[in-house]
Design a binder for this molecule. Structure first.
Ligand SMILES: C[S@@+](CC[C@H](N)C(=O)[O-])C[C@H]1O[C@@H](n2cnc3c(N)ncnc32)[C@H](O)[C@@H]1O
Length: 145
């Protein structure tokens, strides 16, 4: 399983997601740019760095992983999303796409997504923090929650 916060901008969120990846045995894929390397250096509080895939071209990378047989799961509040309770434990290699803190998953990524999942919300907020949303999905996919 690979968590892919390819559009997530903030170091604290990347660091939190990296800790979750470590906890559930997933890798993390992020862009190999200076911005992301610096953000991860600030956000990463682990003593040892877990598995990271440095991505050059985001959509090409998703396309390649998909053609190799990975299931691409988009984490987004969306009318076609299944609720988290219906998400099954990952039996096949899976990519978990997470969106930007302000703009979400970009439209150009949607064509690659096999399944959308959302965490239902009852409150007045429009969305969860991306690291919280990603962590809930990763735990469910890993069969640990
Ligand atoms: C803060 S949200 C983005 C909200 C943005 N204003 C929008 O309307 O798309 C950042 C990312 O967190 C994830 N996310 C947050 N809350 C979620 C939820 N309840 N269900 C599924 N994904 C969620 C999605 O990946 C989303 O792209």
């Amino acid at each position: 399983m690979i968590a892919a916060p390819l559009w997530v901008a903030y170091g604290a969120n990347l660091g939190t997601l990296l800790r979750t990846c470590d906890a559930v045995g997933a890798c993390m894929a992020i862009p190999g740019t200076d911005h992301y390397r610096e953000a991860l250096n600030k956000g990463d509080t682990l003593e040892q760095r877990p598995c990271i895939h440095w991505v050059d071209a985001k959509l090409d990378w998703i396309d390649r992983e998909s053609r190799r047989g990975a299931k691409v799961i988009g984490v987004e509040l969306y009318e076609d999303s299944i609720p988290l309770s219906r998400l099954e434990v990952a039996r096949d290699p899976s990519i978990v796409l997470l969106g930007h803190e302000h703009s979400g998953l970009p439209a150009e990524a949607w064509a690659f997504i096999d399944q959308f999942v959302e965490i239902p919300m009852l409150g007045i907020g429009n969305s969860l923090n991306v690291a919280v949303a990603g962590s809930l999905v990763l735990y469910k996919l890993a069969g640990l929650s």
